[in-house]
Write a protein that binds this ligand. Structure first.
Ligand SMILES: NC(=O)C1=CN([C@@H]2O[C@H](COP(=O)(O)OP(=O)(O)OC[C@H]3O[C@@H](n4cnc5c(N)ncnc54)[C@H](O)[C@@H]3O)[C@@H](O)[C@H]2O)C=CC1
Ligand SMILES: O=C(O)CCC(=O)C(=O)O
Length: 385
């Protein structure tokens, strides 16, 4: 029985996918794997039993990836599974940033007496421009950015996209009407609206800072449905005071922004739809099962993709450093017992490698210990059918 610790509320449709051989628990004790959404895991002491973590969602900045990698814990996410939910929210955000809908609705709640007359005399305070024909800059053209770019172009916006690491898959999905910016400055200098869809990393932290705001057009509307600290909030408030930024719409309410008349704070609702919660959970559960049961790695952010059909009875999965002679050392230990390897695969990602070895005969515990004792060997698992 494998034990799964859930850190956030995970859709039941996803959890059902685990089936009879799994126990979903609210304790970390002896957990084989963890399922998480946005809960912060940096302070969490992970027991040795943990082999994998699946993020039911896209952003993995809440997970201590480097520490997990060193311990041989495979971290997965669910690329694209919540992208449509965020895209729809961004379209709402664009309209909220432009038309004074929230202000108008709040004002309408206060009306009394001759309401129809009050409405007609007061509504001019809530006028705002249309998005049709305006220029939108999309920063980050991944799963979400591409959907946002295509949808807003279809709504009549002129869209310019920037992504220095654009993937081939993403490029296939981008409408030919979207203009390609070669630098961030190109977007900042001409967009009427800017929407951020890059991940939070040490390289992107506060990429929207005073310097970036100084390059923006006056009166720009900025949307952030990616992560709070992609934006330097102090510089942002100053840019609003200077008139550079007309409105900031963020999915990440933080102190200093809440209550500001030109800032709309949404309580991280981008992915909060039943469809996206189901999609993410179903995908995350599939990834964990594939790894725990067969050693398959799909959509990992810290180890290479790896899958091999399993015909033999026994399987070793090995996480180790990506260095010369490692495979030779492992196979020599197995050969000392006269065991034949029926199939094998080795994949690498940067300085890390992952190997699957199938045998018809069980490798003895003593030999497994010898393999575990190899320098630069991080984790060895023994699976059987
Ligand atoms: N508000 C919410 O509920 C949600 C927020 N998110 C956030 O949105 C981010 C993006 O999500 P996805 O599109 O699914 O991820 P993705 O990984 O498909 O796309 C991210 C894109 O950003 C690009 N990128 C990286 N560095 C960049 C830079 N310096 N400038 C411009 N582009 C850069 C990458 O090349 C990639 O194409 C996530 O990392 C997460 O933080 C994701 C889902 C839900
Ligand atoms: O699980 C959620 O609601 C948050 C989604 C998110 O921020 C992400 O997928 O990066």
């Amino acid at each position: 029985m494998s034990k799964i610790y859930t850190l956030n509320k995970i859709s039941s449709k996803g959890l059902e996918g685990f089936g009879q051989c799994y126990e979903v628990q609210e304790s970390l004790q002896d957990a084989d794997a963890i399922l998480v959404r946005s809960a912060k895991m940096h302070e969490l002491e992970l027991p040795k039993s943990v082999k994998a973590i699946a993020r039911a969602g896209a952003g993995v900045n809440n997970i201590p990836i480097d520490a997990c990698t060193q311990k041989g814990i495979v971290v997965f996410n669910t690329p694209g599974a919540n992208a449509n939910a965020v895209k729809e929210m961004v379209i709402a955000g664009l309209l909220l940033s432009s038309r004074k809908i929230i202000e108008g609705v709040n004002w309408a709640q206060t009306l009394k007496g001759n309401i129809a007359k009050e409405v007609e005399s007061g509504k001019s305070a809530f006028t705002g421009p249309e998005i049709l024909g305006k220029k939108l800059g999309v920063v980050g053209l991944g799963a979400i950015g591409v959907l946002v770019a295509n949808a807003t172009q279809a709504l009549g916006m002129e869209v310019i996209g920037y992504d220095p690491y654009l993937s081939v898959d993403a490029a296939w999905g981008i409408s030919r009407h979207i203009r390609h910016a070669h630098t961030l400055e190109e977007v900042l200098g001409q967009a009427d609206y800017i929407t951020i869809h890059a991940p939070l990393t040490s390289a992107t932290k506060e990429m929207f800072n005073e310097e970036a705001f100084n390059k923006m057009k006056k009166g720009v509307r900025l949307l952030n449905f990616a992560r709070d600290t992609l934006v330097d909030n102090q510089a942002l408030v100053k840019a609003i005071e200077k008139g550079t930024i007309e409105k900031y719409v963020t999915d990440f309410p933080v102190e200093g922004l809440i209550g500001h008349p030109q800032i709309i704070t949404i309580p991280h609702l981008g992915a909060s739809t039943p469809e996206s919660e189901d999609n993410c959970a179903v995908m995350a559960v599939k990834e964990l099962k594939g790894y725990l049961e067969k050693g398959t790695i799909t959509n990992s952010v810290n180890f290479p993709e790896c899958e091999m059909p399993w015909h033999a009875t026994f399987r070793l999965t090995l996480i180790h450093k990506n260095i010369p002679a490692m495979i030779g050392k492992i196979t020599s230990i197995i050969a000392e017992e006269g065991i034949n390897i029926s199939d094998m695969i080795n994949k690498s990602k940067g300085e890390w490698a992952y190997t699957i070895i199938d045998t018809d005969t069980k490798v003895t515990d003593i030999k497994i210990k010898s393999i575990e004792a190899l320098d630069d060997m991080i984790k060895v698992r023994v699976l059987s059918k």
